[in-house]
Design a protein around this ligand. Sequence first.
Ligand code: CU
Length: 106
Amino acid sequence: MRVLVVTAIAGLFTSMSLWASCAHYEMRVDGLACPYCAYGIEKKLTAIDGVQGFDVDLEAGIVRVDVSDGVVLTEGAMKQLFNDAGFTYRGMTISHSEKNDNKVPE
Ligand SMILES: [Cu+2]
């Protein structure tokens, strides 16, 4: 069985303020035809630990997912998740938002 999400917590003493930073995934998916498709995908994705936000653009075939810092959604896991749900995963882009002003001095 594959692990869907690898959660990498940088350290036990990581400040809570670091959780203010997060990653935004934008995935291209074929076959999302109607709100029911979106709902099924939403349920699967939001069940993953660390997933904070979900948004889907049916016309563009784009699924947007926000995750906590340290949570990684892998290509392999997403490909399997979407394929299992009956859709075709095409690829993703990832962007990070860092709140540098919140960073704790090391
Ligand atoms: Cu549908």
